[in-house]
Design a binder for this molecule. Structure first.
Ligand code: SF4
Length: 383
């Protein structure tokens, strides 16, 4: 499951093509006299961990770390007060889409990645799903795997999906499709209910431009779309409409989806509006449509493109209790580096809190004021 090489004074192990563990040669040589490589990777304390896809520093979050899985948007679980629970096993992406809302892949703003241990994720998901079942009787629980990145770079994704199916009625995932193959799709049949697949243009050249990678292969993604449509897994095609870039492609994508039989159980398309986020990427010359204009354009094409949560069986369901109030002043221990420079991650009251505007180091304490608590996602600033 891993390969290794020696470079720049480190023995580097690549685990499942996703995680890089670097150990100084001298330390490795000392340990390797008594321990196997597997033991060294697991137990050696002198090691740095990186995301092999993005090259960024990676925190691997286990139950033993004591880091809760509720409170951050880059990893863990998000409960937005419905019967759908967002599952975010890792951050990081293998593409560099020019419109990416979270500036993923080769990034100017993101400096840290996170990955959650699959057993820990399942344990915490089960707790949250049990809470939902207690409070929202007769509602299906959906586990929707998404994230700030591409979920199929997660090395335990198949295992995670299979285990989630024991806890949730519906399991769905969002993906750019590049890492899918026939074997994975076949293996996921019976466990995964729906794949939301990003296709932004069927034109090879334009698709590469939108994906921000010269090696992006739309023909592979198209063949995976057909494979999914012919499997027991439902297919939803989800293009992002970037004005000035793929206006003329949306109709072609819809035609393609209809032809291959997308959306047997749920709606076949989920056209998304390009939104200019402050810390996202902004393609040159792309003008953001207003929501009014966007919906009116969709209506002109086909009324059924307007989606509502009920199309996917999503209904309101009691949220987990919030642990901090807006404006509350708290003393928190900083545990990890944040996703961007000038951000750190603290924990408190079984929640993760993102602290913005601090240079304090992990292990130190900070007096902070909570400025955001919506959906149990917490942001604080130094007070
Ligand atoms: S596939 Fe998604 S997460 Fe990855 S760069 Fe594109 S938009 Fe961002």
């Amino acid at each position: 499951m891993f390969r290794k090489y020696v470079r720049n004074g480190y023995v580097t192990f690549i685990i499942r093509e996703a995680i890089e563990v670097r150990i100084p040669i001298k330390i490795y040589e000392r340990y390797s006299k008594r321990y196997s490589d597997r033991d060294i990777i697991t137990y050696c304390v002198h090691k740095d961990i990186y995301n092999h896809i993005t090259g960024r520093k990676l925190y691997y979050i286990t139950e033993e770390s004591g880091i809760p899985l509720i409170g951050h948007t880059a990893f863990g679980l998000i409960d937005r007060g419905t019967n759908l629970i967002q599952v975010r096993p890792c951050s990081g992406c293998n593409l560099n889409c020019i419109f990416c809302s979270v500036d993923e892949g080769v990034s100017k703003t993101r400096v840290t990645d996170y990955m959650v241990d699959p057993d820990y994720m399942i344990k915490e998901f089960k707790k949250l799903a049990d809470f939902k079942r207690r409070h929202c009787k007769n509602q299906n629980i959906e586990a929707h795997i998404d994230g700030q990145g591409e979920p199929f770079i997660y090395p335990y994704i198949v295992d995670l999906i299979k285990k989630l199916k024991n806890e949730a009625d519906v399991v769905s995932i969002q993906t750019n499709g590049t890492l899918l193959n026939e074997r994975i799709i076949e293996e996921l049949e019976g466990y995964l209910d729906r794949i939301n697949l990003s296709i932004n243009s069927l034109d090879e050249k334009k698709a590469k431009i939108l994906a921000g990678r010269a090696d992006y292969d739309i023909n592979h993604v198209k063949s995976m779309a057909k494979e999914i449509a012919n499997s027991e897994i439902d297919l939803l095609i989800a293009p992002v409409w970037v004005p000035g870039y793929n206006d003329s492609d949306i109709l072609d994508i819809l035609k393609f989806g209809k032809k291959i039989g997308a959306g047997k159980r749920w709606k076949p398309f989920g056209v998304q509006k390009y939104i200019r986020y402050r810390f996202g990427r902004h393609p040159k010359g792309a003008r953001e449509m207003t929501f009014k204009k966007f919906y009116s354009e969709l209506r002109k094409i086909d009324e059924s493109l307007i989606l509502s949560p009920s199309d996917f069986g999503i209904a309101k369901c009691k949220s987990l209790p919030k642990k901090f109030k807006i404006g509350e002043k708290v003393r928190l221990k900083i545990e990890m580096h944040g996703r961007m420079r000038g951000e750190m991650i603290a924990i408190g009251r079984d929640r993760v809190i993102q602290i913005i505007g601090t240079e304090k180091k992990p292990g130190s304490f900070i007096d902070a004021r909570i400025v955001r608590n919506r959906h149990n996602v917490y942001v604080a600033v130094p007070s």
